[in-house]
Design a protein around this ligand. Structure first.
Ligand SMILES: [Zn+2]
Length: 93
């Protein structure tokens, strides 16, 4: 089983096309769709919705967004707690 270098799907070795470049790297394309998108059309695999690279980049972006939201909520909570503490100190005086 070989992983397609464009869509990331595992496919048998006897299927698809192995492209061996002059520098020795081997690219495997599971079908003509992946081969044409990569070589002929020059498309970025991270921008095609049906590829593994897109799903991975999307998941990473969503995780980053969730992490930023959590951080913002923590900062907000800390600020409100600080403000409440100041109010409490003022009330004591
Ligand atoms: Zn593919």
């Amino acid at each position: 089983m070989t992983k397609c270098s464009f869509c990331g799907i595992e496919e048998h070795d006897f299927k698809g096309v192995h492209l061996i470049k002059n520098d020795g790297t081997i690219d495997f394309f599971c079908g003509s769709k992946c081969r044409k998108n990569a070589l002929k059309l020059g498309r970025d695999k991270r921008r095609m919705k049906w590829t593994e690279a897109y799903r991975l980049s999307r998941a990473k972006a969503e995780a980053d967004a969730a992490r930023l939201k959590e951080k913002a909520a923590e900062v907000k909570a800390a600020k409100s707690a600080k403000a409440e503490g100041k109010v409490a100190v003022k009330a004591k005086k």
